[in-house]
Design a protein around this ligand. Structure first.
Ligand SMILES: Cc1cc2nc3c(=O)[nH]c(=O)nc-3n(C[C@H](O)[C@H](O)[C@H](O)COP(=O)(O)OP(=O)(O)OC[C@H]3O[C@@H](n4cnc5c(N)ncnc54)[C@H](O)[C@@H]3O)c2cc1C
Length: 314
């Protein structure tokens, strides 16, 4: 959306995995050695990285793609003291970021009928479809979540990626008319799950109620059924993201995103500082969404860390 300037959704042909695969191909061709399934257990300021296998790697630079908060704990395990998250001040000094979203993935037999019959579902679902997201509803949802409750109705957005790019489904599912539907629920701060005991099932139920409120039929009637008889719907909470991906607090951006330019008062003495990838330790750089000057799925942090490394190492 950012690059094109038209508001169109641009998606990689073959899905995001295709982007990773191309990066892998380019890296291998350039002589990189890739190691997967290796958990890092500690990092030192001197460029040593310890793996869960017991192996220790040494680099002139360490480029870290984990969240600043995870990097801080890895540096602590390496015996280093950090004033804040690896020297990166996020959320005005708050070290632990907090995500506030729920993700629901669905596979549908067909698109649902809309309550507003004047709108063709294929047109409605082709872009971002906003549900219960008026300013009043967002305000009310924020207040409910702040007080420890699950917003009802849950503000949400849905996307039907298979309408934009049918190639994400196999030929059989395409021929059957199946569609993917993904719901992004808002105002569900991690503390609801982490502190108030709200379950994944409760959040999924709230999301389904919200979605059903704009449909002429329950979404349950449109869900594809897996071969074991279960409906194809899954919810991912902030806790799920923290557990499976190390996204601290389920914050999908590793902390608050920043603008892609330096502020007037920022120190810009080293390449790492200029590219927005510096930590408190000169040999440790951030290369993920926790970098300054951009983040999220943009890859800007990776690009900038590579540029800083090239400038530094020549
Ligand atoms: C549901 C959802 C929807 C999103 N939608 C959008 C969107 O529309 N637009 C957008 O721009 N962004 C979106 N994002 C955010 C975007 O996906 C992330 O910001 C992006 O993936 C961050 O990339 P990254 O490489 O910096 O970090 P990550 O993708 O978090 O990768 C970090 C990697 O480090 C690994 N790791 C963690 N700890 C260790 C360890 N100790 N040892 C070894 N490996 C470790 C993790 O397993 C993970 O693979 C969304 C995210 C989610 C979850």
């Amino acid at each position: 959306m950012i690059g094109g300037g038209t508001g169109d959704w641009d998606v990689p042909v073959g899905g995001m995995g295709r982007v990773s695969a191309e990066l892998e191909r380019a890296a291998r061709e350039a002589g990189a050695e890739l190691r997967t399934g290796a958990t890092v257990t500690a990092v030192t300021a001197g460029g040593e990285v310890a793996l869960d296998s017991g192996e220790r790697l040494h680099g002139r630079l360490v480029l870290s793609g984990v969240t600043p908060a995870v990097l801080q704990s890895l540096l602590a395990a390496g015996g280093e003291e950090t004033p804040d998250a690896a020297g990166i001040s996020i959320d005005d000094g708050v070290i632990r970021p907090e995500g506030a979203q729920l993700k629901v993935n669905m596979l549908l037999r067909r698109l649902p009928r809309l309550r507003d019959e004047s709108v063709d579902p294929h047109a409605a679902f082709a872009g971002t479809f906003h549900i219960n997201e008026t300013l009043t509803q967002l305000d009310a949802a924020y207040a409910t979540a702040r007080d420890g409750g699950v917003p009802d109705p849950l503000p949400a957005e849905i996307y039907c990626h298979s309408l934009t790019d049918p190639s994400i489904l196999g030929p059989d599912l395409q021929a059957e008319g199946a569609q993917t539907l993904t719901l992004f629920g808002l105002h569900v701060p991690h503390r609801l799950v982490a502190e108030h005991g709200v379950t994944r099932e409760e959040l999924l139920a709230a999301a389904r109620r919200s979605l059903d409120s704009v449909l002429a039929e329950p979404i349950a009637d449109c869900l594809y059924t897996a071969s074991d008889g279960t409906p194809c719907i899954e919810a991912r909470t902030t806790a799920d993201l923290e557990d499976s991906l190390g996204m601290t607090g389920g914050d999908i951006f590793h902390g608050t995103l920043s603008w892609p330019w330096a502020e007037d008062d920022e120190p810009l003495e080293t390449p790492a500082q200029r590219w927005g990838v510096a930590t408190a330790f000169p040999r440790v750089l951030v290369c993920g969404s926790g970098a300054r000057r951009g983040g999220a799925v943009s890859g800007i942090g990776g690009h900038n860390a590579a540029m800083a490394a090239i400038e530094r190492l020549g």
